[in-house]
Every structure is written in C-alpha cells, then in structure tokens.
Design a protein around this ligand. Structure first.
Ligand code: LER
Ligand code: MN
Length: 275
C-alpha cells in the first residue's frame, strides 16, 4: 500500500490543541511538502476565511492536496450543532456546514463532523438526540452528494462528547442515514480510551472507514506514547483502507518536530513490515 499521509492545521489560532501550525496554514503546507506528506487537513470556519488564507496558492505551489475540511469551529467558536434542540440553530449549523461542504467539493476533500454533532444529549435522551443529528446530517449529505463530497462522522471520547463515542455507535448512525457518501472517521487517540480493541474496531468498521486520525495515547505524534501503531496499520491494511491517515497531534515539543515525528514513525513501521 502507498500511504496517503496528512496532518491537521488551521486557518486561525485555535483553542483546540492538536493542530500543527495553527494560524500559519501556508507554512503548514510548505513543511508538509518538505517532510513528504501528500496532504493537509484544515480547520476552517467559512469559505471566506478559506479564500483569504492563501491555502490554494500554497497547495498549488507545493503540490500538496487538501485531504479534509474540519468543521469543529462552527461548534467550538459559535456553539451551533447538528443536534441542537432549537430548529433555528440546527438549521444555521446545517447552512454553515453546507458552505464548508462547497469548499471541500472544490478540492476533492472529505468533510469532517467531529464536535459539530453536539456534545450534550437533548433532555438526557440519547435516542432523540441521535434522531435530530441523523435528520440534519441526512439533509447535508444530500447537499454533499451534489458536490461529490464524502462526509465523515467521528467517534469521539467520553470526555469531549456524550454522543457517539465508539466506532459501533457511529457506524449505526451512518447506516441509519444510508446513502454512499457518509462514512466514519476513527481517531486512535479516542479509540485508545473507548474501544476494547482499536484494531478490532477498525476491522468492524470496514468499508465505512473513510478517514483516519492518528495521535498517540498522549496526543503527541505516533511513537511518543503507548499505542501500537504496527497493529493499527495491519488492521487498516486488512480492510484495504486507502483513505488519508492524518496526524491530529499536539504541536509538542514544537510544530515542526511533531510533524516530522509522525511521518517518521509511520514510515519506519511500514519499512519494517515490508522486510
Ligand atoms: C477532532 O478530530 C477530534 O478528534 C476531537 O477531539 C474534537 O475535539
Ligand atoms: Mn480526531
């Protein structure tokens, strides 16, 4: 397999920690190219912010692709979510998401739904909350289909959301929505907290897996904690996963070192596995 490797960056400085070169997206693209990454994924809030970021020029200049557009700031900055009990606020979340879907569509990127799903249960009712989410997501998926975009829904650990923490829960929601442009995003950091076996969760997700985040147990670059990335890569190969492997990692000890460590660890593991 040839790995499609990326790392997560952001158009602006952000309170969300595991981002490299936040607010310096063109530098992110340059470093990605220097280190051998094929892509970057970007946290961005509006098409205008994207247009003003200089990313398009940088991607063209360095031959780097836009792997994914991440939508979390619509929630973390402005509080809109796809499962908000207020129909007006839910509709606004969907409008903003559709705008980002258009950005993704111009670049062949996937659109990530992480915290934009919402973090609280409506009236403590998990079923009703999931129904609201599924309904909004289905409408956005129809829009995404007109743009040729895949939406990926991420399983996120219990300390960040009460909604969809495991691969199995996330698969159930996307299967209820149906259609072939909604998939699952698994993240090794979250799986390390929630799954009995991350490798088994990857295998069970199978063809629904459309995007993949790597970070070690401490959210530093792979190789800096106690997750066994050899097992992870084997599971990805077993399901013939061909999507992006994107490092969503803390910029520690600094952005450049983290970016280097992530690709070095995965390349080393692949080199050993080939022997
Ligand atoms: C985003 O991809 C993520 O992994 C979550 O931790 C969002 O907070
Ligand atoms: Mn993630």
């Amino acid at each position: 397999v040839t790995r499609q490797l990326a790392f997560a960056t952001a158009t602006t400085a952000t309170g969300f920690g595991p981002i490299l070169f936040a607010g310096r997206p063109t530098q992110a693209v340059r470093v990605a190219a220097e280190l051998g990454y094929g892509g970057v994924e970007v946290h961005v809030k509006t098409p205008r912010e994207y247009a003003e970021s200089g990313l398009d020029e940088a991607l063209r200049e360095h031959g780097v692709r836009l792997a994914a557009v991440a939508s979390g700031r619509i929630f973390s900055d402005d509080g809109y979510s796809l499962s908000d009990p207020d129909p007006e606020r839910r509709a606004e979340a969907a409008r903003r998401l559709n705008d980002l879907i258009d950005v993704a569509g111009e670049h062949g990127a996937v659109l990530i739904i992480g915290l934009l799903r919402g973090v609280r249960l409506v009236d403590d009712d998990a079923e009703r909350t999931v129904d609201l989410l599924a309904e909004t997501l289905a409408a956005c998926a129809d829009h995404a289909a007109t743009r040729g975009v895949d939406i990926v829904l991420e399983a996120i650990n219990r300390y960040e959301t009460k909604l969809l923490q495991t691969a199995a829960e996330t698969v159930a929601v996307i299967e209820s929505i149906g259609g072939d442009n909604v998939g699952v995003l698994l993240d090794t950091f979250h799986m390390n907290i929630e799954e009995v076996s991350p490798a088994a969760a990857i295998r069970a997700t199978g063809p629904h897996l459309r995007h993949f985040h790597v970070a070690d147990s401490n959210r530093w670059a792979p190789g800096s904690g106690h997750i066994d990335f050899g097992e992870i890569l084997t599971a990805l190969d077993d399901i013939e996963y061909e999507g992006w492997i994107s490092a969503e990692i803390l910029p520690l000890p600094d952005d450049g070192s983290a970016a280097h460590a992530a690709i070095a660890h995965i390349s080393d593991l692949d080199a050993h596995r080939r022997q």
